[in-house]
Structures are given as C-alpha cells and as structure tokens.
Design a protein around this ligand. Structure first.
Ligand code: NAD
Length: 434
C-alpha cells in the first residue's frame, strides 16, 4: 500500500516507520522544514528507543521517505493518515482541532483520485464526521472515505506498542475503508492482534475513555497514598495487594507526583469539556483533574518540610524532569510545576536528566544542568527523584548522601525504601505514601 502521514511528530513518525516496516511504501510529511531536513539525513528529532535503527533500515530499503510537500506524493497514495497535534485550547481545555482541519483542507485541495483519509490524532467525538463534511465542502468532486484510527502507543515503548498492540481500533462507515485499513494492518492481523471495527463516534470515544480511565487509576492510587501516609501504612504493599487482584491488575498503580505528559492532562480536560458540551458531565474525570493538580501541591509541601519550612537559599537537586522515563518529552511534566515553584520561593535548582535538557532548558529558566547525578547532587540540601529513569534504581546512595550539605532525600517515585536510605547516610527520607 502507498501511505502518507501528515505530521512527523511522536505518533506520525513512529506510525510511518512501523508501517514502512510492515512492507508499505510510506511518505511522512511535516510543515517543519528543519525536522524534515534532519529526518532525510537520518537524524531523529525525538528520543525514542529503537526508532533510529528501524528508520535507517526502512530508508535503506526504499520504503520510507520524508517531505514538506504533499503535492509530490498525493497522486499515488491509497491512504493518508492525519497525525498532527490536538493540544488543549487556551482557556477552556477543549481539544484544538485546528491542525486537523488545516490538514484535511490541504488534502481536499490536492487530492485528484480516491483516497482514504484516516484520523490518527486524538480528536473529540464528532470530528471525523465534521472533517468528512469539510472535505466534501472544499472539493465535492473528490471520491474519498473517512476512518478513525486512534493511536494508543506510549512514548518510550512506542515501537513495541505499535508492533504489538493490545488492540487496533478502526472506526469506519464503508466496506472499502475497512478493507484498506485491514490491508495496512495485515501483519498484525496475521499475528492475531485484535482489530476492533466500529463506527466513528465509538472509536473517538474509546481513545478518550481509555486515557481518562488510566489517569483515574493513577489518581486513585495517589489519593490512597495520601491516606496511607495519614494512617501509617505503606503504599507499595497496598499497590501490590490491589494489583494481585486480576480484576484490578498491577499496571498504573504506582504512587507518584501526579500524571503529566503529552496526553493524559489534555485528554482528561478535553473529555470533561466534551461531556459538558453534550450535556453529559464527566464528573469522575472532572474530579480526577482537580485531584491530580492538588497532588503537585502535596509534593511541594513534602519538599518544604524536608527543607525545614523554607526554600530560601536552599540548593535542591532534581533527578529526572521528563514526564516519564525513556522519553525526552517535557509536555505537562510535573517538573514544569514543581521546579518553577521552587525557584520562585528562593531555591537554587540543579538538574540531571538523561534526556530532558534539550526540551527542558528553554522551559525551566534559571537552573543548572549537569551531565551526571553525582555532580548535580553534590553540595545540595535536598535530592529529589522526580522521574523513575532506570539508572536511578542503582544509584550509589552512600556516595550521594556523603556529598550533600544536608543529606535529605525526597523519593517521589518510591524507588528506594526509607530504612535503606537512612542506612546509606541520609538523615531524612520521604517517599509517596510510605
Ligand atoms: P507532535 O506535536 O509531536 O507532532 C505533530 C506534528 O504535526 C508536528 O511535527 C507538526 O509540525 C506537524 N503538523 C502540524 N500540522 C501539520 C500539517 N498540516 N501538515 C503536516 N504536518 C503538520 O504530536 P504527537 O505527540 O505526535 O501527537 C499527535 C496526535 O496523536 C495528538 O492528537 C495526540 O493526542 C495523539 N497521540 C499522542 C501520543 C503520544 O504519546 N505523543 C499517543 C497517542 C496519541
């Protein structure tokens, strides 16, 4: 199949590379000229494990190319995927589908033969029908079908998620659209990964409902963590005890500083807005949004207690600023709330993050960046683990504690236990829900 992807970001690039690896001929288009120039030189604009190798292989095999120009490819394309951003609209939290609309108009103006238009971006219910109408209005001669194909990959594990999905969701209205998408995803069908075919609206809601459910699970365990602290219990044991119940499952039950990232914050806000617009309020999701923002304040008060009630002139070292490990993505990371709050209250902040500096430097203001955790932590009054990068599981705590002005440790991902940290020389340790 000949495939085109509009938007070579986290989702578009991974999808394009993986479709090429399925054997299709893929062109990824992006408006960002420098991104496309880099990609044509084999330079990847994001950090995603395994992506570079797969990209190189498929470029070499002539199945993958990059361009800023849709005109050169659209005539030979069977399906075009829209994978552009759908950020929160300023002020009301609604998903901004302006980029999707612009992409659709461009397709309408340039396509001259039948094409399947697939929306991979996360879009509010009703968007596929709206885009169908817009394309028809812009070019009533064009023969085309629409399909909704929301993406569920996780940054940091994106290739594996795309190649081994729990499910592929396809929202269609025509047999032809279903057949083309089935052909595109054939390697997954052969390997018996489930492909769920549904209508547009259900496919659109499945994506938001899934993300909101996961955000709820995280927020629920974070609230239980607060209860656990108040009651003198241990959240790690509680999570284990809950997670062993097969009906609950052990995923997304790790207490921490609240969810962040490129999807959960904006998608929960958008779902709440969609519910209120349709007269069906999403009361649980609305509460989750509120509780999640309060969790960050709770983290701040933990840090403040460890700093003897004042951040003024305190040196604080932060380990990990990306919203999760194995990505360079800083969008809505808890670090973006916590670090500016520390700075505004007079703290000096040192940071070490395996991949966060490129994005974070512009976002985090007056902080000092280091190339390893030991230099970042040296001479500070408090060490904070904010993101659970693998390398933080085997830190030399003795070395770190002995290098600090006051050896205090806020372990906001519960990587270590209190007793061990104290044995290693920390005079104070606090985790989440411990
Ligand atoms: P992103 O911001 O990383 O990438 C979007 C890209 O689209 C940018 O490079 C931008 O330049 C490009 N673009 C915008 N308009 C364009 C146009 N008209 N033509 C060509 N390129 C255009 O976004 P992302 O994180 O990949 O997310 C894309 C969508 O996928 C969003 O709706 C998001 O909610 C959804 N999603 C994201 C993830 C994730 O983990 N990032 C996971 C699942 C779903």
């Amino acid at each position: 199949m000949n495939i085109c992807i509009l938007g070579a970001g986290y989702v578009g690039l991974v999808s394009g590379v993986c479709f090429a690896d399925f054997g299709h001929s893929v062109t990824c288009i992006d408006l960002d000229k420098s991104k496309i120039e880099d990609l044509n030189k084999g330079i990847i604009p994001i950090f995603e494990p395994g992506l570079k190798e797969l990209l190189d292989k498929n470029i070499k095999d002539n199945r993958l190319s990059f361009s800023t120009n849709l005109d050169n490819v659209i005539d030979k394309v069977d399906a075009i995927f829209i994978a552009v951003g759908t950020p929160s609209r300023r002020g009301d939290g609604h998903a901004d589908i302006e980029y999707v609309i612009n992409a659709a108009k461009e397709i309408a103006h340039k396509a001259r033969k039948y094409i399947l238009v697939v929306i991979k971006s996360t879009v509010p219910v009703g968007t596929n029908r709206l885009i169908q109408k817009i394309i028809f209005e812009e070019n009533s001669e064009l023969e085309f079908d629409m399909a909704s194909n929301p993406e569920f990959l996780r940054e940091g594990a994106a290739i594996n998620d795309f190649m081994n999905p729990d499910r592929v969701v396809v929202g269609v209205e025509s047999k032809k659209a279903e057949e083309i998408l089935t052909e595109i995803y054939k390697p997954l069908l052969i390997n018996e990964f489930p492909i769920l075919v549904t209508d547009f609206e259900s496919a659109e809601i499945i994506k938001y409902a899934s993300n909101a459910f996961l955000a709820t699970k995280i927020t629920f365990i974070n609230e239980i963590a607060a209860l656990s602290e108040a009651a003198g219990a241990n959240i790690t044991d509680i999570s284990n005890g809950m997670g062993l119940d097969a009906r609950i499952g052990d995923k997304f039950l790790n207490a921490g500083p609240g969810y962040g990232g490129s999807c959960f914050p904006k998608d929960t806000l958008a779902l709440a807005k969609i519910g209120s617009d349709l007269g069906s309020p999403m009361k649980i999701v609305e509460t989750v949004i509120k509780v999640n923002s309060e969790i960050k304040l709770r983290m701040m008060s933990k840090l403040k207690i460890l700093c003897d009630s004042s951040f003024k002139n305190k040196k604080i070292s932060i380990l990990g600023v990306t919203f999760k490990p194995e990505t360079d993505d800083m969008r809505d990371a808890p670090a973006l709330t916590i670090i500016p709050a520390l700075l505004s209250q007079g703290a000096e902040v040192n940071i070490y993050c395996p991949q966060g500096q490129k994005e974070g430097a512009a976002l985090l203001g007056d902080v000092k960046w280091f190339n390893d955790p030991y230099s970042a932590v040296k001479d500070t009054h408090l060490m904070v683990i904010l993101t659970e990068w693998n390398e933080f599981y085997s830190l030399d705590l003795k070395k770190l504690a002995s290098s600090m002005q006051t050896p205090k440790f806020a372990d906001l991902r519960n990587i270590y236990n209190k007793q061990f940290a104290l044995q290693c020389g920390f005079e104070k340790y606090d985790g989440v829900g411990q």
